[in-house]
Write a protein that binds this ligand. Structure first.
Ligand code: ADP
Ligand code: MG
Length: 274
């Protein structure tokens, strides 16, 4: 993995992770499905307090990496440390405690369609905590407010909401346990450019006010420019480069050139400074 740039972060909240130690540290991770190797010795650091944009070809293993980090996909080899803990060395109980410290917005099925937004947001609360209904209701409304949604949305079903509102509600659910890390898998895909831009602004605001670390899989070049502090690029099962967008744009690496200077990218970049 080539570190093609370095950028320090502004808002950081104190945590048990040692100073400057990555909040997520992935080393030599291998994941295969049958004979199909998807991750092939992948290394990645996520720094505390940053928004890391994770890019790569469709079907390349971005979601697989995210799901491997959070323990939903089994790796064949390698080490994953989160908050300074090797996840393989934790007891069930310790893992459960760690899981409470991150929130997830999945690529598909951001919300359960048979539950109201309120029930969706309260789902992790029910799973991890034992709170009164009244307190859970207060929390749901507070989280909706945090993501810029009015309280009445709580009683709506996902099908009654716009795409942008569903993503926000899903974000509210991922924030309900006051996590230190949020994993977002293509959160702005399917949104119109204005809603996507507003979502990016929201993520940035939350990062800055809450000191969140954000791991964001995205294809959205606007998000990469406007929201991400650093970018990691996945190709052939490995992270081939990490760095701020400026360094990605300057890189001579053929994959990065094709991705950031290809047809779609050049229309995006026309008239903009790298
Ligand atoms: N549970 C699974 N079983 C078998 N193959 C899988 C599974 N999950 C993902 N894959 C395969 O792994 C590859 C990477 O998938 P994915 O991580 O979803 O790609 P993307 O980079 O688009 O998110 C794909 O070829 C996909 O079909
Ligand atoms: Mg994916």
């Amino acid at each position: 993995m080539a570190e093609v740039g370095n950028q320090t972060q502004a808002a950081r909240k104190p945590s048990k992770v040692p100073n400057n130690y990555p909040i997520i540290r992935v080393r030599d991770v291998w994941v295969s499905f049958g004979s199909h190797a998807v991750l092939k010795g992948l290394d990645l650091d996520v720094k505390q307090g940053e928004i890391l944009g994770f890019v790569g070809a469709s079907g390349g293993g971005k979601s697989v990496l995210m799901r491997t980090i959070i323990g939903l996909v089994k790796k064949q080899k390698g080490t994953i440390e989160v908050f300074g803990h090797d996840v393989d060395r934790l007891s069930e109980e310790e893992l459960h405690a760690i899981e409470r410290r991150w929130g997830v917005l999945f690529q598909h099925g951001a919300l359960f369609s048979s539950l109201t937004v309120r029930q969706n947001i309260q789902f992790p609360l029910r799973e991890y905590l034992n709170l009164s209904q009244r307190l859970m209701d207060e929390i749901a409304i507070a989280k909706l407010e945090m993501v810029g949604l009015p309280a009445f949305v709580a009683e709506k079903y996902p099908s009654q909401l716009s795409g942008g509102m569903v993503k926000r509600a899903a974000l509210a659910r991922s924030l309900v346990l006051d996590p230190e890390i949020v994993f977002l898998d293509e959160p702005t895909s399917g949104l119109d450019p204005i809603s996507a831009g507003e979502f990016d602004d929201l993520i940035k605001a939350l990062q800055q006010t809450l000191g969140l670390t954000v791991f964001m899989v995205t294809h959205d070049l606007d998000s990469l420019h406007n929201a991400c502090d650093r970018i990691a690029a996945l190709a052939d099962g490995k992270v081939i480069a990490t760095g701020p967008i400026g360094d990605m744009l300057k890189s001579d690496h053929p994959w990065l050139r094709a991705y950031f200077h290809g047809k779609r990218a050049s229309s995006r970049l026309d008239g903009k400074k790298a």
